[in-house]
Write a protein that binds this ligand. Structure first.
Ligand SMILES: C[S@@+](CC[C@H](N)C(=O)[O-])C[C@H]1O[C@@H](n2cnc3c(N)ncnc32)[C@H](O)[C@@H]1O
Length: 302
């Protein structure tokens, strides 16, 4: 099907079932089939893979993935789209469709989703989880970052997301996009932007550019973080004002737990001068620094 045919097919089917794409659910459908294929091939799917897709939409990406993976668990919040995709996916017995909000809240995946994913992973030895999705942009950040805290750690995540978010994920120290999210993702994964895409490859067109990002979890990096939740919370709190001097950020984050003298002592051990700013610290330095703080304040939390 050409782009134009895909678009008119989609418009017609959605009209028949009385659906107007809703921007609140990030309903921008990928109509360039070459790019749909590129997402699937970037996922590098094989017979041991359980794919998690958030946002079934019309099910076109789902169907392609079901031909390559062992199982696909796909989640759709919209009841009308869920019905439409159910028709499209009737012939695939390795697709489990869930009509749910994929997130329980901003900080947690919906446990029902993880339960089904766990069942599929346990059905055969050697299975691994891969997220492959054209994500709804309004929930892309919590989906990517929360999946790293779930009981089922993914092997990799390939997703279409807002270009700005992709740039934040791969950003390096000193750059305008370097943030707590960059540190959280890069501390555990190898992250790369596969492709930048203009609004015209979607229907309806979003207001922003998009990108396909490929995030491969690196088990060695993950194991090098002794307390991931502590690291996550500490980095988040000192990056709240990342351009400020590090000393002010740490003192404020650790108040009630560490005195200014204790903070200064750690800064000195790290050779951080008074003009060190949070935004200049790379991931490895942040890991070492967090461990020194954690040794003095193990009970701290946000
Ligand atoms: C960008 S569209 C992608 C649709 C389809 N996979 C495609 O590639 O064209 C995002 C989809 O996610 C669904 N969605 C939005 N928020 C969701 C949530 N919290 N949980 C599950 N699905 C959600 C939307 O209804 C929409 O179908």
């Amino acid at each position: 099907m050409s782009e134009r045919q895909t678009k008119s097919f989609l418009m017609q089917r959605l009209r028949e079932i009385g659906v107007q794409p809703a921007s609140r659910h990030g309903q921008n459908f990928l109509i360039d089939l070459n790019l749909v294929e590129m997402i699937v091939s970037s996922g590098d799917l094989g017979p041991n893979d359980v794919v998690l897709e958030i946002g079934t939409g019309t099910g076109s990406l789902t169907a392609l993935m079901a031909q390559q993976a062992a199982e696909v668990v796909t989640v759709e919040i919209d009841g009308h789209l869920y019905e439409l995709a159910s028709e499209q996916l009737l012939d695939f017995d390795n697709v489990t469709m869930l009509q749910l909000d994929a997130l329980k809240n901003k900080n947690r995946f919906n446990p029902q989703v993880m339960e089904v994913v766990g069942e599929r992973l346990e059905e055969a030895p050697g299975r691994q989880l891969k997220l492959v999705a054209n994500l709804p942009y309004n929930v892309a950040t919590p989906i990517l970052s929360n999946l790293l805290t779930c009981e089922h750690t993914p092997h990799s995540m390939v997703a279409t997301i807002q270009k700005e978010l992709a740039e934040r994920i791969v950003a390096q120290p000193w750059s305008k996009d370097y943030s707590a999210l960059s540190v959280w993702m890069q501390s555990q994964c190898d992250c790369e932007i596969v492709r930048v895409m203009p609004p015209s490859v979607f229907w309806p067109r979003p207001k922003v550019d998009s990108a396909i990002i490929r995030i491969v979890v690196n088990p060695e990096k993950r194991e090098a973080i002794p307390d991931r939740m502590y690291f996550h919370q500490f980095v988040k709190s000192i990056f709240l004002h990342r351009r400020k001097f590090l000393r002010a950020n740490v003192t404020s984050a650790m108040k009630k737990f560490l005195s200014k003298e204790q903070v200064d002592e750690v800064l000195e051990q790290m050779n951080f001068g008074p003009d060190t700013r949070t935004e200049q610290l790379d991931v490895d330095t942040l890991l070492t620094f967090t461990e020194k703080i954690r040794a003095l304040a193990p009970d701290w939390s946000l």
